[in-house]
Design a protein around this ligand. Structure first.
Ligand code: ZN
Ligand code: ZN
Length: 335
């Protein structure tokens, strides 16, 4: 998940929780302020005299205490973290990196294509202005646009601070742990900075948001040429690893990895077919396509999220030569 779909703080009842899932691997379940996405996972993996922390949870008032509580349930402390590794540069996966690195005195490793987050954290007004321009271009009427701008301005970025990774997380880099070394696999699509980490002897996969137990798709629009195409290719990359157990960015671990990969492919295919069907009649704006694909669910809270996905499907169909972009104000799409 990338975006706050609503603005509320972490509920008082939600607490960070930690549990050992297999020897040397701890799931840290951290609360999120997003309806429908109540938690994210960070994974602590034993390594020599501490743990490697894969992902961090989002930066929010009190969020570091949730992480510390989850670690304490596994008899761990923040100071035990010897390295922070982020699967991708979304706030729920890297938001607390700056705070953790400072407290633990360790390094941060992340993929170099993280400008999509850095821009957001450094100049949120510019990113918001660009989003509003894209939304206007996509046919969103003025009133909801103004409301969206108002609500977004008061929303926190979820990032404690921008820090440059100490090391680029790219293929060839090995992450040493007590369970053996983990390899790095680039899996863009959900986000341009996305990687999956794989432990070949045990066939464990830390999948971030590329594969989730409950199949749910999201693509960052505007940071790369064809996010849906990249995502489909990333599924091939991960399938070739033949993982046995998946440790996802949200929800429980799961074992039927291949079925989940196939499930993602099917859902992408269904969405693409639906979008294509919808623009077969008269040319439509991306905004007009949303209710045909997602029902009457577009609101200021989820507008950016749903529009981003529709634009990514359209961009992919355009790359395949199946739809055509008709320039104008707003721009329309036709089969
Ligand atoms: Zn996420
Ligand atoms: Zn994400």
């Amino acid at each position: 998940m990338a975006e706050a779909t609503d603005r509320r703080s972490i509920s008082k009842r939600e607490l960070g929780r930690g549990e050992r899932v297999i020897p040397g691997v701890f799931r840290l379940r951290l609360p999120l302020p997003w309806p429908g996405v109540p938690h994210c996972n960070a994974w602590a993996v034993a390594a020599a005299d501490g743990v490697v922390l894969f992902d961090t949870g989002m930066h929010q008032p009190g969020s570091l205490a949730h992480l510390e509580r989850a670690l304490a349930m596994c008899s761990l402390r923040l100071e035990d973290v010897t390295l922070v590794v982020c699967t991708h540069a979304h706030s729920d996966h890297c938001g607390q990196a700056a705070s953790i690195v400072e407290r633990a005195g360790c390094e941060l490793w992340m993929h170099p294509n993280h400008e999509h987050m850095t821009r957001m954290a450094e100049d949120p007004d510019a990113v918001l202005a660009r989003r509003i321009e894209v939304a206007r271009q996509s046919g969103v009427p003025e009133e909801p646009l103004r409301r969206y701008a108002r609500e977004s301005r008061s929303r926190e970025s979820g990032i404690a601070g921008v820090i440059e990774p100490d090391r680029d997380l790219v293929p060839g880099v090995a992450i040493g742990t007590d369970l053996g070394a983990w390899t790095v696999h680039e899996t863009p699509g959900h986000a341009p900075s996305h990687v999956c980490l794989f432990q070949p002897e045990r066939r464990l996969l830390i999948s971030g948001d590329h594969l989730l137990g409950r199949i749910s798709l999201y693509f960052d629009y505007g940071s790369s040429p064809d996010p849906v195409g990249e995502f489909l290719h990333s599924l091939v990359v991960v399938e070739a690893l033949n993982a046995r157990v998946c440790l996802p960015g949200h929800g429980r671990t799961f074992t039927d990895v291949r079925a989940h990969i196939e499930g993602n492919r099917t859902l992408v295919r269904e969405r693409l077919d639906r979008v294509l069907d919808v623009v077969r009649g008269e040319p439509l704006t991306a905004f007009e396509i949303v209710p045909h694909v997602y029902g009457d669910t577009l609101s200021p809270a989820n507008a950016h999220w749903l529009l981003s996905k529709i634009l990514c499907y359209l961009t992919h169909l355009q790359a395949l030569g199946r739809v055509r972009r008709i320039s104008g104000e707003p721009e329309r799409w036709s089969a």
